[in-house]
Design a protein around this ligand. Sequence first.
Ligand SMILES: [Zn+2]
Ligand SMILES: [Zn+2]
Length: 274
Amino acid sequence: MEDLARNSAVNLLVATKALVLPALFFLCLGLATKGSALLGDIRRTARETALNLQVMLANVLLVVPLFALANQAMSGFFAQPGRQLVDTATWSQLPAWLVILLAVIWGDFVGYWRHRLEHSAVLWPSHAIHHSDTQMTWLALERFHPINRATTFLIDGAAVMALGFPPEAALANHLVRHYYGFFIHADLPWTYGRLGLIFVSPAMHRWHHAADPQAFDTNYATVFSVFDRAFGTFRVPGPCTVPLGVTDRIPQTLLGQLRHPFRRTVYRGLFRRK
Ligand SMILES: [Zn+2]
Ligand SMILES: [Zn+2]
């Protein structure tokens, strides 16, 4: 019990410290792009941000300790002969930068399809928590239901291990996609112009969060918009100015959000995106 409390305290400290640099970065970026209007934006989004931080706290305390165990189990499974599609030694013949790039491309490809799966009827109620934030701020990335955290961790983790990527490439993939995830959730109108045909822009992901039927089921990738273009889900008509959020009735409280996927009524519209 003491160990559990100590581990939770360490996890909480690590998670809090990991927010300091992004917070400074997005504060400077907000001041550079919005000037004094940033203060009004911070006030307007304060309630949603407070809930995002509460959900993050719940994940750190409830889910992160289980990830360490799951990671051990998955590593043990893929360490057995014949379980990896590519032998780890194969990667050592390529330059480190190329291995990292391939790991990020593979991670984003798998993340694209995992995200599509999260929009299916069974997983939508847990993923809808992420979409229930009606404001775009970098901290919206912290609002994920523990079930959603688990599906992401298990599917993305297993996919990277299955290809036998070395630990440093797996870590780089995680960090790149995590920190870029903060960036595409930031309140920035940027579409990137032609570069947006390759990379996901903040405007592209904002459209993914739009409460507009025309925007449903589009823009699933995190880093490379090429996956949405290849699989017919790319849609960026310009900067997104429509309201954000979901049509599902989700309480804007921590307990309400945690309970939401466990309510039977939320599965009534199986296989229909709301
Ligand atoms: Zn989504
Ligand atoms: Zn998002």
